[in-house]
Design a protein around this ligand. Structure first.
Ligand SMILES: Nc1nc2c(ncn2[C@@H]2O[C@H](COP(=O)(O)OP(=O)(O)OP(=O)(O)O)[C@@H](O)[C@H]2O)c(=O)[nH]1
Length: 339
């Protein structure tokens, strides 16, 4: 690629990393930054009830600048949607300085990156600036060690392997010794990426935008069949599912608290991720956000409120292994203040 090409094409940052590692937090950090750039965001979520667009849109001025692709999972099926989203942005009158794609935490980033090489129209207008991987210092080792059936891709390993920049995030949750071990584990899978330690995904924007650090050569070293269109995609998410629940009404605070506490205590290992946008009785217009990553939770009012006339729909998503949809639905509905 010539230097001219690099300047003319819109740079795309692919943000990967396992469920709950801090991808949305990073996207928000970038959007809030003082960079004067027009940035479009493409969100891909695993599951039918989307939450991330709500969490990101608080920081984006025009709602059309965020495209949500909540088409279930993921890389194997995502490419058609991704192509459409990128072409839609290209055809808009407004020109973007950068595009950020937040992939689902269960995505193998290779097919997402592949899209930029295989589709001529996309290849003509976009270039991958970098593939950033958020690694959750508390949980990444556990997910990387997980054995997959039948030689299927371990997406946590794949995400680390494919990145050219790794943000080792949530360093507040581990000690120095654990960080050193993690760095070794990461290096054993990816020796060439820069590893940057972060808390709440806070990083200098110069380190994550306009870095031009993606290298096709390096990617081909990681995966020699990267550009092989017919390769078999052994991305197997056996037993992992997403349960999305939307219930209109006001929740009872104590009931919700008890439901979530019991649920996460009993299922901390299997419950990779839980998140929701919620409405509580007696809290006026306050919109609450629930964030869970295994047993780690964050809960509090969001920056935005329920607008006048906006239906008070509580949306909750659970992602994990062997989830019991019926029990989750019944449990969540049971938290409504007025049944
Ligand atoms: N303690 C701690 N929590 C963090 C840090 N960074 C992010 N979080 C919290 O971790 C939770 C998940 O963060 P997100 O940014 O939503 O993670 P994500 O990777 O976008 O999650 P998915 O889109 O579901 O895969 C949120 O509650 C964040 O506030 C950190 O450095 N330390």
């Amino acid at each position: 690629m010539s230097a001219e090409d690099a300047i003319e094409k819109t740079p795309v940052t692919i943000v990967t990393g396992f469920l709950g590692a801090g991808k949305t937090t990073l996207v928000n950090h970038i959007l809030r930054g003082q960079h004067g750039l027009q940035i479009a965001v493409i969100e891909n979520e695993f599951g039918a009830v989307s939450i991330d667009d709500a969490l990101v849109s608080e920081n984006i001025k025009e709602k059309e600048d965020i495209i949500s692709m909540d088409n279930g999972c993921v890389c194997c099926t995502v490419r058609g949607d991704l192509v459409r989203a990128l072409l839609t942005l290209k055809d808009r009158e407004k020109k973007f300085d950068a595009v950020i794609i937040e992939t689902t935490g269960l995505a193998d980033p290779a097919p997402v990156a592949f899209t930029f090489f295989i589709n001529p129209e996309i290849a003509e207008h976009y270039r991958i600036d970098s593939i950033l991987c958020l690694a959750d210092a508390k949980h990444v080792a556990m997910h990387m060690e997980e054995e997959k059936p039948d030689g299927a891709v371990n997406e946590a390993v794949q995400q680390v392997a494919f990145a050219d920049r790794i943000l080792l995030n949530k360093i507040d949750l581990v000690n120095e010794e654990e960080i050193a071990t993690l760095e070794k584990t990461i290096r054993s899978v990816n020796a060439s990426a820069d590893v940057i330690k972060t808390q709440n995904s806070v990083v200098d924007l110069g380190v994550v935008l306009g870095v031009n650090s993606f290298s096709l050569e390096k990617t081909l070293e990681t995966d020699p069949s990267f550009l092989d269109e017919n390769k078999e995609n052994k991305h197997n998410l056996t037993g992992v599912s997403s349960v999305g629940i939307a219930v209109e009404g006001e929740l009872d605070f104590a009931a919700m608290n008890e439901f979530m506490m019991n649920l996460l205590q009993a299922n901390a290992t299997n419950m990779y991720r839980s998140k929701g946008v919620l409405c509580f009785e007696g809290q006026g217009d306050a919109k609450f956000v629930f964030q869970g990553v295994h047993e780690q939770i964050n809960f509090g009012p969001s920056a935005s409120t329920w607008a006048e006339g906006e239906p008070r729909v509580n949306r909750m998503v659970f992602i994990g292994r062997n989830l019991d949809r019926k029990a989750l639905e019944a449990g969540f509905r049971g938290c409504l203040a007025t049944k």
